[in-house]
Write a protein of this length. Structure first.
Length: 177
């Protein structure tokens, strides 16, 4: 599909956008922690990907290359935004991206609690969890996306899982009572 876009079939790029837009938004949101900024980052990343598509060398998966662009764009956006205003609505209204509005409305309590716990993790740890579990990226792909060493990715992922578990245990205990 990438080769068809490079060859001039720009309509196929819309298929790539449709395929990766939800995860691109989620990765961006994990970094910038704001819905509007995440939407802007995802859009900017797709524009950068489209204009830079000729630079894609097939040394990695297209998704890895794209998420590297999303991640870098999000980090740049966060650096440029010196004062971050976050309303409580951003945290409470954020939902894991689903295929339809009905799925978002039917989110179960575990998903809501998991999302609240994720919001308590630092940006880099949220990103690791998102890439590894939601995007199903392996350690090598996360290394390529974030630019961190593979051992650093493993350590950060381990720490993020441990912190997330520690955040969820008290919540689970309260629910079980």
């Amino acid at each position: 599909m990438v080769e068809r876009v490079i060859s001039g079939n720009t309509r196929d790029f819309a298929l790539l956008v449709d395929k990766y837009k939800d995860l691109a938004f989620t990765v961006a949101f994990r970094v910038v922690n704001n819905r509007e900024d995440a939407e802007e980052v995802a859009q900017d990343a797709f524009v950068k990907a489209y204009t830079g598509l000729r630079n894609f060398r097939n040394q990695s998966l297209f998704s890895t290359w794209l998420f590297r662009i999303v991640y870098n764009t999000a980090v740049s956006k966060k650096r440029l935004k010196k004062i971050e205003y976050r309303s409580l609505d951003d945290v409470h209204n954020y939902a894991v991206i689903k295929d339809s509005p009905q799925e978002s409305e039917n989110m179960n309590i575990e998903t809501i609690l998991l999302e609240q716990a994720m919001q308590q993790l630092p940006e880099d740890e949220r990103t690791m969890i998102t890439l590894y579990y939601m995007n199903e990226s392996n350690i090598d792909e996360i290394h390529q996306i974030t630019g961190l060493s593979k051992s650093n990715v493993k350590v950060k992922l381990f720490r993020a899982r441990k912190k997330l578990q520690e955040l969820l245990i008290p919540i689970k205990d309260r629910i079980m009572v």
